[in-house]
Write a protein that binds this ligand. Sequence first.
Ligand code: GLA
Length: 425
Amino acid sequence: MNESVTFPSSAREALEKFPVVFQDNVDSTGFLGAAWAPGRVNLIGEHTDYNDGFVLPIAVDRVAALAGRTRSDDTVRLWSTHFQQYAQFSLAGLPETFVQQCCTLPAWARYVLGVAGELVKTGVTLVGFDAVVSGDVPLGGGMSSSAALEVATAQTCALFSEGHFTIGNQGATLTPMQVAALCQRAEHLASGVQCGILDQAASCLGCPGAALLLDCRSLSYRYLPFAAPELALLVIDTRVRRELATSAYNERRKQCEDAVHLLRNLIMHYEPENEAAQSIRALRDITQGQLSRYDSYLPAVLRRRASYVIAENERVLQAAKLLESSMPETIGPLLWQSHAGLRDDYEVSCLELDTLIELAQQVSGVLGARMMGGGFGGCTINLVRVEAVEALREAIDQQYLARTGQQASLDICYAASGPGNGWAI
Ligand code: GLA
């Protein structure tokens, strides 16, 4: 193993499995290498990204990883350690052959194909490779396992291109934010979820000990300190995943667009002197005051959606100020409020998520908690005093199963660095 590269454990696992899984492959050429990218938690700013709003994620110490070698042809062969499954596609003809190849692949491999197709669109030349896909980001749990896989794929392609295309800030072919944007497009194509840029940006821009304040309109960002040894970031997995999540996600996005359209027309009609109204493009551009002046004209569902998003954007900016003043323990109340809004106004929570939040509320030393990610299952994020972690664990052990029929799992996460890659030998 190359001592100058620190491979995360999932990358090491993939590197070790590679010769076993692809032992009979005579077409492999090149050196053995690995690439990885982190999953993320989101402190606050849920469903604000596709409303041109603000988010405050943290890349965590869980990654998706690929390890393998280049081939002498245009084929990409993959083995997933999680699904114990092979998948294969061809780089020839991409991006035109994306749709035709996509439907023959298992869902996890579509993200890899999607990124390859998007990279080709940017003009880079890719080479075929064999790789083992591994990782320790819980799949489908709201910690962005798919974004981690997409970003790790881009890093793999960069490594295997041997310097023909690079990812970095100065003089590189693609900046981290360009990679995030192309991975977001790959996600749209591979999964049909019209997601925002939160997950991919958080994965590309991870920084140890820091949260990322990202403006999803301008794509400008700032790191805010998040290093408090007395606090734990606890992710609790409901262990439920619902099919409904994709269609409900796209429906929420459409409802926000409808609300913007109506509010813009109302403001232009009743405030003809307000020139700024012409440039309203997203809920980001509408204030609480404007919403309360016109919300009685909106259908009740759109009123609730808009009210949640506008309030959530304000909460993100408040939380950012508190982090900037190095007071992370004071953001707790904003997390509880965020959950209430997601449950009552945005209506993307579910019994299991609400149960975890209720249980967390009863444990002293839990400063704040809320559901995380798209919703309808997945995880909650809990900001907990270190000495209260065991009490929370006990409360969940004693009551969650009885109330939901599910077994939750708990995980402490740390703010970690962004993606990486390197040769193993
Ligand atoms: C999913 C999407 C993100 C974001 C969150 C909700 O994780 O991929 O773009 O919209 O849901 O905040």
